[in-house]
Ligand binder design. Structure first.
Ligand code: CTP
Length: 405
């Protein structure tokens, strides 16, 4: 695919270099268009070497090729990283005073802005209005990350990590309309990852959940405008998605407490976590040793079902109107195939939507791609095409939207 990477003049311009590499390494054709001030931070030669293509900032280079029209027209995706306050202001106004803004006016493909600026600039009414305008024009303006900015100050305005920008860009290449702004004003709780049930101070019972699907759910929901609280169990060291409030937990018990707490006042809970059904009945205070007194079995006790608890609370009127989404990793067996088990689980659990993944043979766990089915309590069944976990997340959010009060 043909990707245009526009680089604004901010210190985060150096992070555009890793983004460009990710695009070229995954086989995309990349054309970098910096603003003149971006070149104060990263040299033209760097962008040319990384992209393998010529780099210009103005409209008067290579005139016979009419690049200010052609590059935008031919692009499959435009990604602006970092998008500075000034660059977004110019883009919102429809200025065309350099090659990048001219390209933005001629592009008809998805356009993704990854903002980076100081918190004051991000929160200024002028920037807020420009972001609103850009979104109204159909561009996707990412939520910036919060954290340390240049200097000692912290707050929202940090450039989302290149991995995050890459994930959303890849999603837009899979599905151009995957990130509408349809969840603005919504509060969504997402659980992700596996729980760990301690056995002694050094050992635990765990599972193979990587957390990737839940993190993708949280990431896409946040970029669609929701306030997302991500209750994260054990993951394979995933970076928290930009604009998401993360609550870290370890055990199923802790996850239950955190989910229940945040479910109050939420519009939806998405239980993507792999919650342990059992935990060791006794947790040894000291490390269990071989030899005299060694146990020959581990006694287990049942954990409560968090999802079922939410359904019960809704039924009792304690969580009125909460939309509830469950996940199920299933295998077929002598009692039925994956879908038969999944339909029974949806009924048993009483949630509104059940996302079903077939597991085994290198599927679902730890991998980047996923597919499956989406079953609705109203009897609807939709196949989820094979694609990234973010793509699957976008389909689930499409189905969730109409269920929100
Ligand atoms: N779940 C939960 N609390 C638990 C176990 C599971 O909230 N103690 C949630 C999971 O997050 C998931 C859904 O329930 O959204 C289905 O999980 P799964 O383990 O497939 O369900 P179980 O009822 O444990 O089914 P099975 O008998 O197949 O293990």
């Amino acid at each position: 695919m043909r990707i245009v990477v526009g680089v604004g003049g901010g210190i985060a311009a150096y992070k555009a270099c890793s983004l460009i590499r990710k695009f070229t390494e995954t086989g995309h054709h990349v054309r970098v268009i910096p603003t003149e001030s971006a070149l104060q931070f990263v040299g033209k030669a760097t962008f040319e070497a990384l992209s393998g293509n010529r780099v210009d900032t103005g409209v008067f280079a290579d005139v016979p090729e009419v690049p200010h029209v052609r590059i935008g027209q031919e692009a499959d995706l435009v990604v602006i990283a970092p998008a500075t306050a000034d660059l977004m202001a110019r883009a919102a106004m429809g200025r065309a005073d350099d090659l990048l803004t001219a390209t933005l006016l001629t592009a008809r493909c998805p356009v993704l802005f990854a903002p980076a600026m100081h918190t004051e600039m991000w929160e200024h009414p002028a920037t807020v209005a420009n972001v609103r305008t850009l979104r109204a024009h159909g561009s996707i303006v990412m939520e910036p990350a919060a954290g340390r900015l240049t200097g000692a100050d912290t707050g929202p305005g940090r450039l989302p990590e290149p991995e995050e920008i890459f994930a959303l860009a890849s999603l837009l290449l899979e599905r151009a309309d995957a990130i509408p702004r349809d969840l603005e004003g919504r509060r969504i709780v997402v659980s992700a990852g596996g729980t760990r049930e301690p056995l002694d101070p050094v050992r635990f019972l765990g599972n193979r959940s990587s957390g990737k699907q839940g993190y993708a759910m949280a990431r896409v929901a946040a970029q669609r405008g929701a306030h997302v609280i991500l209750v994260a169990g054990n993951t394979i060291g995933l970076e928290p998605p930009a604009g998401v409030e993360v609550v870290h937990v370890t055990t199923a018990e802790q996850m239950g407490i955190a989910v229940d707490k945040h479910a109050t006042g939420a519009d939806a809970v998405i239980m993507a976590a792999a919650v342990a059904d059992f935990r060791p009945a006794n947790v040894a205070a000291a490390k269990i040793k071989k030899g005299a007194g060694e146990p020959d079995s581990i006694e287990l006790t049942k954990n409560r079902d968090i999802l079922a608890g939410l359904v019960a609370a809704r039924r009792d009127g304690r969580l009125p109107g909460l939309a509830i989404v469950g996940f199920a990793a299933e295998t077929g067996d002598e009692h039925g195939d994956v879908l038969t088990h999944a339909r029974a689980k949806l009924k048993r659990k009483g949630c509104d939507l059940l996302v079903v993944n077939a597991v085994g043979e290198g599927k679902a766990f730890e991998v980047d791609n996923n597919d499956g089915w989406l079953l609705g309590a109203d009897g609807t069944e939709q196949a989820l095409d094979h694609g990234s976990k973010a793509l699957l997340a976008s389909r689930v959010l499409d189905a969730l939207g109409p269920l929100l009060r």
